[in-house]
Design a protein around this ligand. Structure first.
Ligand code: SF4
Ligand code: SF4
Length: 409
């Protein structure tokens, strides 16, 4: 695609990156076939090719309107278009640049701004989120059904976290919302790793990975969250105490793997970020690599029919396909077929709060697809998808590692 970027951005790092991405796009439209919002709305501007064109116009200095912002807001950032594109267009990176520009050059209606600011203030603060969740649970009986459905009744108990007794150690990220919504996930992962001679540890004071603020229009604050997390992790990494960073939330994993790129222009953090991204593994990658040690401790149990929902941040963001499914099958689960498993469930970080109608339609479609093979449970790999799907699933929805733990003797 020919480009002529405007003076204000042409010679900046963002301008050069956007230009290189835009030039790769040949406008073939293959990506529209796998775009969930295009499939729902049928509007070219609600598909990747249309959005790329809108961003190109903005970068070329044309007026940025509320309509541009609306179509970018409706994008789930699922990156299904990216894994479909035969030309290697890095849509997600272009979107980061496009969204920043749109945020700077348009004014959101006051209520929208307040909602976004509230999310940016509450969600990354673990204790504040936990407190509000408790209050929400108390208020649940008095809330309208649709609101109440979104508040999980209770969290599964975490159980014990084994003391760090092994020479081999890996870091885990508690994250911002996961400890309050599902404290059992990291604890189950820690118990599984403990059984195979690896101690999983969390760094004291480690907070949000930065994805939330970065993706809802507060990129500088998101980068500050990333630097703060690096500061918490770095002493242990520098001393060589941990061999890897294990992510149980694929949404956080996708972003931490991008730290090297996002902080590449920061001389104080670029090197650390590069090392951290290289050390980061989704929990399925870490378990898959150690499966030889898991095999002897697998119990002989009846097969359980399970439908796996691969989050977009796993299959598109991290380009990990089939690994969790392989691990689950080897542990004795019978994976039921799930049509259109490449499509987003509508959770997409804060999307389900900011675009509730589209998110609800995507969820309904996803739940029908997941239930079609008559599973006994649904498993996924990201807390956002888990909480979103659980509201209305009619079946247990869990992180796969918690179900996997039950297969050990
Ligand atoms: S992003 Fe890729 S698939 Fe989509 S129109 Fe451009 S070249 Fe084609
Ligand atoms: S990221 Fe997802 S929703 Fe956004 S354009 Fe690509 S496929 Fe469509």
């Amino acid at each position: 695609m020919q480009t002529a970027l405007a003076d204000f951005i042409r010679d900046t790092p963002e301008g050069r990156e956007a230009d290189a991405i835009l030039r790769k796009c040949v406008h073939c439209g293959f990506c529209t076939a796998t775009c969930p919002t295009y499939l729902l709305l049928g509007d070219e501007n609600d598909g990747p090719r249309g959005r790329i064109y809108l961003m190109k116009q903005a970068l070329e200095g044309q007026e940025i309107t509320d309509k541009t912002r609306l179509h970018l807001d409706r994008c789930l950032t699922c990156r299904a278009c990216e894994t479909t594109c035969p030309s290697g267009v890095q849509y997600g990176r272009l979107l980061d640049i496009g969204r920043k520009l749109v945020e700077e050059r348009t004014a959101r209606p006051a209520w929208e701004g307040i909602k976004r600011r509230a999310l940016a203030e509450i969600v990354p603060r673990r204790s504040l989120f936990a407190l509000l969740l408790k209050l929400g649970r108390l208020a649940r009986p008095f809330l309208p059904a649709r609101l109440a459905e979104g508040i999980p009744v209770s969290a599964t108990r975490a159980g014990t976290w084994p003391a760090p007794r092994h020479a081999r150690k890996m870091l885990a990220l508690a994250g911002c919302v996961q400890p309050a919504l599902a404290p059992d996930i990291n604890a189950a992962a820690a118990r599984v790793f403990d059984r195979i001679g690896i101690s999983l540890i969390e760094a004291k004071g480690a907070g949000c990975c930065g994805a939330l603020r970065f993706h809802i229009g507060y990129q500088e604050e998101g980068l500050a969250d990333m630097r703060a997390l690096i500061d918490r992790w770095w002493p242990m990494i520098e001393r060589g105490e941990v061999e890897a960073i294990v992510m149980t939330a694929s949404g956080c994993g996708a972003v931490v793997k991008e730290y090297a790129h996002l902080l590449r222009h920061d001389p104080a953090y670029a090197g650390k970020a590069e090392k951290i991204s290289a050390m980061t593994r989704d929990v399925c990658e870490a378990i898959d690599a150690e499966f030889g040690r898991i095999e002897p401790i697998l119990a002989k149990k009846e097969r359980v029919r399970l439908a796996f929902h691969p989050p977009c941040t796993l299959q598109h963001g991290q380009d990990i396909k089939g690994v969790t499914e392989r691990v689950l099958a080897r542990a004795g689960f019978e994976l039921t077929p799930v049509p259109d498993s490449h499509l987003c469930c509508g959770s997409a970080g804060t999307y389900s709060i900011l675009q509730p109608e589209l998110a609800e339609r995507l969820k309904k479609n996803k739940l029908v697809a997941l239930a079609s093979g008559e599973p006994e449970l649904i498993a996924t790999a990201n807390i956002g998808c888990q909480a979103h799907l659980a509201a209305g699933a009619g079946l247990p929805v869990r992180h796969w590692i918690t179900a996997f733990e039950e297969r050990l003797n």
